[in-house]
Design a protein around this ligand. Structure first.
Ligand SMILES: *Cc1c(COP(=O)(O)O)cnc(C)c1O
Length: 405
């Protein structure tokens, strides 16, 4: 019987193997060397490990990591999963696994900025061409080249959360003979299912919601059966492995992924609606908001939203965004997101977009809404607006959860 995702989050990746009773979560198995009973057994295991997942050496993975791989595979609905020391490493290895010198990759304008830099720098230096298509994908067909072998997708995109039509993009790519790799960090396997929507590869920064506690770095790549051999070969060649302690922390975090995301969503929707009603705010970027350009696609393809949203201050003073963020008491100032705590950062999209013209828009404030009380967060944001001389809001109260949905 096929269980729902929430049920599988609680039951997947349990692999106790001791005599007697079993722990609920898999044990942490620390190992570099793995011992065999005989030379023949060692030879046999090594001859099979290219195709099968076998515990043969620490750099090829460990049982704790294998349990996490299984859990991610269930969540993403793919064939197999490989773990990487960071989300960026997962993205980099995906690009290197799929592309050869002389070939070309198309990336969305909204791609996570370090991946843009990797494509423009390292890939270019190694003879792999990269160019960009509009975040909503409308110009993809026209930008394909004969040598395009990979279309990279990020939906919703980084910082302004633009949606694209992944099934349509996957159709165009397939007719062209190109693979599709999607960065699914926003969806975290629960809110968005790239493999079900036509992608061949789905990668995530487990650093974010999967771990959920801002204290571990990891990346995951899950693929279809056809796309698996190239990814596995690249990961083996580069010796990509994660520590069992980190794998354990991510799996432990994932047990509460569904409950955390539901609360992040409630908070972010309340804040998004509240911000939209503020006179100081020019635009709120969140595809779950009715009226957002990506809202129809978000309704069609996503099962909810997370704690992320960005907004811009209209014609405020140039330093207003910085003073606003500095004045917040409950929002930490720091990179990343997906932990239990709220964060605020300033992003300038003018340097992060090359297809869309952002020159007239300037800075955005990106919020990650954590698991704190929603009214406390709204009160903190309200005093932030007061600190930059904004109009004093008469009413600082979260919408009831029903209307926030
Ligand atoms: C954070 C992030 C990454 C990179 O993850 P790290 O673990 O920080 O390297 C990749 N893609 C997206 C969309 C991200 O937000």
């Amino acid at each position: 019987m096929k269980h729902s995702t929430l049920t599988r989050l609680a039951h997947a990746g349990r692999t106790g193997t001791v005599d007697g009773g079993q722990p609920v979560n898999p044990p942490v198995v620390r190992a570099s060397t793995v011992l065999f009973d005989s030379v023949a057994q060692m030879r046999e295991m090594r001859s099979r490990r290219g195709n099968e997942r076998l515990f043969t050496y620490g750099a090829r993975g460990n049982p704790t990591a294998f349990a996490l791989e299984d859990m991610v595979t269930e969540l993403e609905g793919g064939y197999r999963t490989r773990l990487f020391p960071s989300g960026l490493a997962a993205a980099a290895m995906t690009l290197l696994a799929c592309l050869r010198p002389g070939q070309h990759v198309l990336l969305p304008d909204c791609v996570y900025e370090p991946v843009r830099k990797l494509a423009e720098g390292f890939l270019a230096q190694h003879g792999i061409a990269a160019s960009f298509y509009a975040s909503d994908g409308h110009d993809l067909q026209a930008r394909l080249r004969p040598e395009t072998r990979l279309v990279y997708v990020e939906a919703p995109g980084s910082l302004a959360y633009e949606m694209c039509d992944l099934p349509a993009i996957a159709g165009i790519a397939r007719r062209h003979g190109a693979l599709v790799a999607a960065d699914n960090t926003w969806g975290s396997g629960l809110l968005y299912r790239p493999l079900a929507l036509g992608a061949d590869i789905s990668l995530m920064a487990a650093t974010k919601y999967l771990s959920g506690h801002s204290d571990v770095m990891m990346g995951t790549v899950c693929t279809t059966e056809a796309a698996w051999p190239a990814l596995a070969a690249a990961a083996d060649a580069f010796g990509m492995a994660v520590s069992p302690d980190d794998a354990y922390l991510v799996q432990r975090g994932m047990r509460s992924l569904g409950a955390r995301l539901a609360q992040h969503e409630r908070g972010a929707l309340a804040v998004a609606h509240w911000l939209r009603a503020r006179p100081e705010v020019a635009e709120v970027f969140c595809p779950a908001l009715p009226g957002d350009p990506g809202h129809a696609l978000w309704r069609r393809d996503c099962r909810g939203t997370n704690g992320l949203l960005s907004f811009s201050l209209g014609d405020a003073a140039p330093d207003a965004a910085e003073r606003f963020v500095d004045s917040l008491a409950l929002f930490g100032i720091g990179a990343s997101w997906g932990g239990f705590e709220s964060l605020a950062v300033i992003a300038d999209l003018r340097g992060a977009r090359s297809v869309t013209d952002w020159s007239a828009r300037g800075q955005v404030i990106r919020l990650h809404i954590g698991l704190e009380d929603i009214d406390d967060l709204l009160a903190d944001l309200a005093q932030g607006f007061e600190a930059i001389g904004g109009k004093i809001s008469c009413h600082v109260s979260a919408m009831p959860p029903d209307s926030a949905r």
